[in-house]
Design a protein around this ligand. Sequence first.
Ligand code: ZN
Length: 183
Amino acid sequence: MRDDVIYTPAGAGVVTSKAGFRIHPVTGKGDFHSGVDLAANLNDRVYNLLDGVVTRVGWRGALGVAVEVYHPYPNIRTICGHLNAYSVVPGQWVKRGQVIGFAGTTGRSTGVHVHYTIVKEDTKQYVEPMSFLAQVPKYVDALKTARAKATQQNNIKRHNDQSSEDKIPEEDLPIDNGEVKAP
Ligand SMILES: [Zn+2]
């Protein structure tokens, strides 16, 4: 994986459903979508895009099989959902470009896709995933500097000092209705 190229965790970056408030196509009601849905084929590799530590894997309600990674720089978590399988374990350090799972349609999903959510570690606010992806090469570049590495190390230390309990309660993750149309 090149440092200067914008990648998405799976597929070619085709968005089938954006993050944010949307009108549910069936119920017609307002609905919050915490992440972005990316078109993928069954068992497409799902990549980790920034160095970090795996914080949670496995079944996660409506998100199905999910992998959550804490990225100490820039202090955010990423969650990939609806996976068919995962290939990492909690506590494992994962590098940029490493395969963390395989695309599927587990959980509340009507078709194969990867749901991608970004959460700020300090405020627990959601970050718009596509704008985050656009920033990733800058973060990778920054991590070549001593200053960013020091921030990364401080955040790792703080993370390790915290309780091993997952800090994002499941109920805080809005339901993904998975209204996915075949691309
Ligand atoms: Zn989704």
